[in-house]
Design a protein around this ligand. Sequence first.
Ligand SMILES: Cc1ncc(COP(=O)(O)O)c(C=O)c1O
Length: 384
Amino acid sequence: MNLFDVYPINDITIVKAKGSYVWDDKGEQYLDLYGGHAVISIGHTHSHWVKRIEEQLEKIAFYSNSVKIPLQKELSDKLGRISGKEDYQLFLCNSGAEANENALKLASFHNGRKKIIAFSKSFHGRTSLAVAATDNKNYVAPVNETDNVIFLPLNDQDALVECFEKKGKEISSVIIEGIQGVGGINVADDSFLKKIRSLCDKYGAVYIADSVQCGYGRSGKFFSHDFAGVNADIYSMAKGMGNGFPVAGIIIAPHIKPKHFMLGTTFGGNHLACAAALAVLEVIEEEKLMGNAVMVGKYLRDQLDQITELKNVRGRGLMIGFDVPADLKELKKNLLWNQKIFTGESKPNVIRLLPSLALKKRDAEQFIDSIKEEIEKVTEKVQG
Ligand SMILES: Cc1ncc(COP(=O)(O)O)c(C=O)c1O
């Protein structure tokens, strides 16, 4: 049987990983500034994470949500404390799309409304409502098309106000990434997030902070929405939450009340997933990784800002993007094949850095040296 060919892949087979490094089957070492798509939060195969999962595996890996799973409570308590959202409620699931799907559905259960506001260049996942709220026609199948999603330009307060004035009583939720990932590292303005908060309060809509990519400490704060000093009603989380173990969830403000069976999942919140997620939070705290994200992120931003060929360096913490001009369009490939460095991208011309939050300064320095070298090679060629 063939694999269903939906991913354009690099011809590399990774067989080993540690910290911010991975190795291929030929023994070649790569620096990983892509983090397997923003997933590796505490570093590949972190010893505490491995131990926590192994120990749990010896006890019990899975039982359904029909019995008590104390690890879930342990996780929600720790998550509440570290995120500063102690009075929120946790619902666990398996992926970012599922988290957003549940968030949008819960909002609709809560206020009985149908319309969703989403933003240009948003990405919220591949499942039905999540993909309907995603601003990319290529991902939306005819069956996902709906009039219930209204797309507005990001950071356009006037358009937002106008939409609420016209349709306020129909709006169930507003879903927004604090920093757009797939869309190309576009930061939502603090004032825009504040406006969303006040309009949701005024009209009874639910503010959903998609924190799948920009959350879990990556921005230097636990949720990037925290920069605006606002509390969303629901935060969705995945990616970094398990450092590669599939685990996701939403945290829900106390005024949104649960009812039996309104949400559910077979695998969500299983013992093994909770152990992985707990290990991640323990390491984030113990190793002060949010502080590291701020420090190494700032170093990278400052250095990248000085490279004149790269435009519009942006982001927060260790979620960084920059525009690459047309004559350097091979830069990402050259970094991979010549310098053995994985980076992320956003079509058409953005390089995205989404490394582990434990990225060391010396690795960041290596990256800066490498990118300068690759840029010089191209500019020398053009001049020569
Ligand atoms: C902001 C955002 N939301 C949702 C998702 C979907 O997550 P998953 O692929 O785990 O379903 C992604 C994945 O890239 C994302 O970046």
